[in-house]
Write a protein that binds this ligand. Structure first.
Ligand code: FE2
Length: 290
């Protein structure tokens, strides 16, 4: 079969208290393009219960989904019992989620949640990549779609989401898997001897500029996350016109300080680190020239 197109859409944070945690984001130039909360008659009620989803966006197509317990499905509850609050998955949009199940399975992925159709809203399933990180695959069969936001830098620091960082054990093999199986191309290659990082993008990069960064842990905070969780989706990645101002504003908004902005030799750009309420890292880098 031909390789389906996979388009980066959102990452999902499992968070015990999303309606408290989201204030950090709302104070830091983010907005809520969509929410599906328990008690609202909507698509997210199944036989296993209702859910509480909130989407957050900041000036770019890549969004964050905050999701609270009790989780809809047993496999999600098991993950939360083991890992606690953290980034649970990255979601990709494909033309047909159904056709994609075989494609991923025959390329070394396991299925965590079987394919399911949620009425005429979305169809999807959850796979596990070769190192154990979760990959949600969705398709929209009709009119329904999570709203997009305007694509332009927000606030005086010019902040925008850029994508996600996934920490790998065997970096080269994961770059090969995400390029070969998910059809991504390398935008920036800062690897040597199976160490470092690579910026990958899907086929919409020219218009949407979303990144999936695969990296080996380099900071103390990244090593600690990897020791606790194994290969993990570790970081929400931003770019800003003024990195220092964006970083200071994040601290004022309630994010934890991890490392003040400094030149990162690997990518040749000024970068600062923070921690968000669920324990994930937040990385703010200088603007990436498209
Ligand atoms: Fe999701």
């Amino acid at each position: 079969m031909t390789v389906p197109t996979y388009q980066l859409h959102h990452l999902c944070i499992f968070e015990k208290h999303p309606r408290d945690a989201m204030w950090n984001w709302l104070r830091w130039y983010h907005a809520i393009p969509a929410y599906y909360w328990e008690g609202i008659p909507d698509l997210h009620h199944t036989g296993e219960g209702g859910v509480d989803y909130t989407f957050l966006a900041c000036g770019a197509p890549f969004q964050m989904q905050l999701e609270s317990p009790p989780y809809q499905f047993e496999y999600e509850r098991n993950w939360f019992a083991e890992h606690g609050s953290g980034i649970n998955h990255i979601c990709w949009i494909v033309p047909s989620a159904y056709d994609t199940v075989d494609h991923l399975q025959s390329n070394g992925a396991a299925v965590a949640m079987p394919y399911e159709e949620f009425g005429d809203t979305y169809h999807g399933f959850v796979a596990i990549d070769p190192e154990g990180r979760w990959v949600e695959v969705m398709s929209y069969p009709g009119e329904f779609k999570t709203p997009d936001v305007e694509f332009r830098p927000v606030g005086l620091p010019g902040l925008q989401t850029l994508g996600v960082v996934q920490l790998c054990r065997d970096l080269d093999s994961q770059v090969e898997w995400y390029t070969g199986v998910l059809g991504q191309r390398i935008i920036l290659d800062a690897r040597s001897a199976n160490d470092g990082l690579a910026y990958l993008a899907d086929h919409t990069y020219e218009g949407r500029q979303c990144l999936n960064v695969l990296a080996t842990p380099s900071t103390e905070a990244e090593h600690a996350l990897m020791e606790r969780h194994g290969p993990v989706i570790s970081t929400i990645l931003y770019q800003a016109g003024d990195v220092d101002a964006a970083w200071r504003d994040a601290v004022a908004a309630g994010f934890g300080e991890v490392a003040v902005p400094a030149h990162d030799d690997r990518i040749g750009a000024r970068t600062g680190y923070l921690r968000e309420p669920s324990g994930n890292l937040v990385q703010v880098r200088e603007r990436l020239a498209a």
